[in-house]
Design a protein around this ligand. Structure first.
Ligand SMILES: Cc1cc2nc3c(=O)[nH]c(=O)nc-3n(C[C@H](O)[C@H](O)[C@H](O)COP(=O)(O)OP(=O)(O)OC[C@H]3O[C@@H](n4cnc5c(N)ncnc54)[C@H](O)[C@@H]3O)c2cc1C
Length: 468
């Protein structure tokens, strides 16, 4: 065998696995087939979006200057300059990742990989003759790609994808956003903040499918107050180009409606990127287009692992990294023939954040998740419009919410919609990591006045045994 461990894909999951595998002493190679090196998070995901959203957030703040007794003068947004800043920052991140991949802890090969059999990969790169390499163990970490569902007109009406939007140097007068997941809502927030008239069309009954309805409703009301139009519970019938842009026809509550805008963004989700991998040649199963893994990140072939967006179930970076690291450590255990068990992934601290305004974040169980898991729970909430620091900041939308075990008081989950939610949630992540109870959280000192001290109110409520 040429290598102990071959990794297909040099994104977040692939790089984390390579770093871990080389530290474990495995002879490792990373094969990266993209035009650019860096992976989705750096090139077209988390980092470019957050860089651009930072401009939108500051623009919103400047527009509220008068409310704080300030005069900001005439302000305007320069989308070309926003993108120039993004390109500079992303260029630096990508350069750094390239250095990390090329610093010789493991081999790094630019090629598109295809399975020839369960231990052999065929490598193709333009201008170079195809070659093969063999490995005792392989990790598939090929990420995801934009999905275009079979809606009439969607593929032909010139709908933008998140990739397109990240390179657009103009701000459309109006934009229809299809979908209401994190990517859809972050772009809806970005463009609305910069002055675009935004309409969100969502199939499900609420924004952010999977979050608790009270959290989604708080976000929806804040976005509506900012002027975004939101249609939930819809079925999109067709998209067509018009002289003015794009028209979307959809049904809602039995009525057929149309909305027209200069542009439409397809943010209806992504699918695992398994194109051209020839997984069947290696005997790796991918039912419904997604690689199936067990808790050790093994596929249907025990020596072939998968990590990140290509297998899910949560398409976020810290999970991709965690899965990649676990796959690498398990590959090393197999190589050393360590006695079982292999390391397992644990999604108890399942965490996500959405960088809208206000932000949304959640960790652990939601109410629906607790019910589905058959777990008894108590819940308590507290609104930001009754909290000193958020009132002083003028950031009064939203609430925090805790779920706790009624018998032990252990915190089972937390959610925030409100200011700095993506940072605030980490207090609950840490509390849950140490299996803290609501009573313990309530008595841990919190500086006054801070946003963080808002957690003590639902914690105090849950600290009191139920029925007292
Ligand atoms: C707009 C947007 C915003 C996002 N924001 C966030 C956020 O704020 N926070 C968050 O946690 N997540 C966010 N995500 C999701 C996050 O970016 C992904 O979950 C994460 O980057 C996935 O990492 P990965 O390693 O699985 O895939 P990738 O980083 O996509 O890496 C896969 C790599 O495999 C390579 N490849 C594919 N096929 C082959 C092949 N056959 N041979 C060789 N190489 C191959 C690709 O070129 C690519 O470099 C966002 C996503 C999008 C689209």
């Amino acid at each position: 065998m040429d290598y102990d461990f071959a990794i297909i894909g040099g994104g977040s999951a692939g790089y984390a696995a390579a770093r871990t595998a080389s530290a474990e002493g495995l002879r490792t190679v990373v094969i990266e087939g993209g035009r650019e090196v860096g992976g989705l998070c750096i090139l077209r995901g988390c980092m470019p979006t957050k860089t651009m959203i930072e401009s939108a957030n500051r623009f919103l703040t400047l527009r509220r200057a008068g409310e704080f007794g300030l005069h900001a003068g005439a302000i305007s947004a320069n989308p070309a300059a926003i993108l120039a800043r993004k390109r500079r920052i992303i260029g630096e991140f990508a350069d750094y990742r390239r250095q990390q991949l090329e610093d010789r802890r493991f081999d790094f090969v630019r090629a598109r990989a295809t399975f020839a059999d369960a231990h052999t990969l065929r490598l193709d790169w333009p201008g170079e003759p195809p070659r093969t390499l063999s490995a005792a163990r392989i990790l598939v970490a090929t990420g995801s790609t934009v999905q275009t569902p079979p809606v009439p007109g969607l593929a032909t009406c010139g709908a933008l994808t998140s990739d397109d939007v990240l390179e657009r140097e103009t701000i459309p007068a109006s934009l229809i956003v299809l979908g209401a997941g994190p990517v859809a809502l972050e772009f809806a927030h970005y463009f609305a903040a910069l002055g675009t008239t935004v309409t969100i069309i969502q199939r499900g009954p609420q924004l952010l499918t999977g979050t608790d309805p009270d959290i989604a409703a708080a976000l929806e009301s804040a976005l509506r107050e900012r002027g975004l139009a939101i249609h939930t519970g819809t079925q999109i019938l067709a998209l067509e180009r018009t002289a003015a842009g794009v028209r979307v026809t959809f049904t809602q509550n039995g009525a057929t409606l149309t909305v027209e805008a200069a542009d439409v963004l397809n943010a209806l989700g992504r699918r695992p990127d398994l194109d051209g991998l020839a997984l069947a040649a290696a005997g790796v199963e991918a039912p419904r287009g997604r690689i199936q893994t067990n808790a050790h990140q093994q596929t249907s072939q025990p020596h072939i692992f998968a990590a990140g967006d290509c297998c899910g179930p949560y398409e976020v970076v810290h999970i991709a990294i965690q899965q990649g690291e676990i796959a690498a450590r398990n590959a090393a255990r197999q190589q050393r023939a360590d006695p079982p068990p292999l390391e397992s992934i644990d999604y108890r601290l399942n965490l996500f954040a959405v960088f809208t305004e206000p932000q949304v974040a959640s960790v652990g169980l939601t109410e629906a998740g607790a019910r589905a898991a058959g777990r008894a729970f108590r819940t308590a909430t507290y609104p930001f419009n009754d909290h000193g620091k958020s009132i002083a900041m003028g950031e009064t939308h939203g609430l925090v919410k805790l779920l706790a075990d009624p018998a032990t008081g252990e915190i089972l989950g937390g959610s925030v919609v409100g200011p700095h939610a993506s940072d605030l949630i980490h207090e609950i992540v840490v509390a849950m990591a140490f299996r803290a109870t609501a009573a313990q959280l309530a008595t841990i000192p919190h500086y006054h006045p801070t946003l963080s001290e808002i957690w003590t109110y639902p914690a105090e409520e849950l600290a009191v045994p139920s029925g007292t």
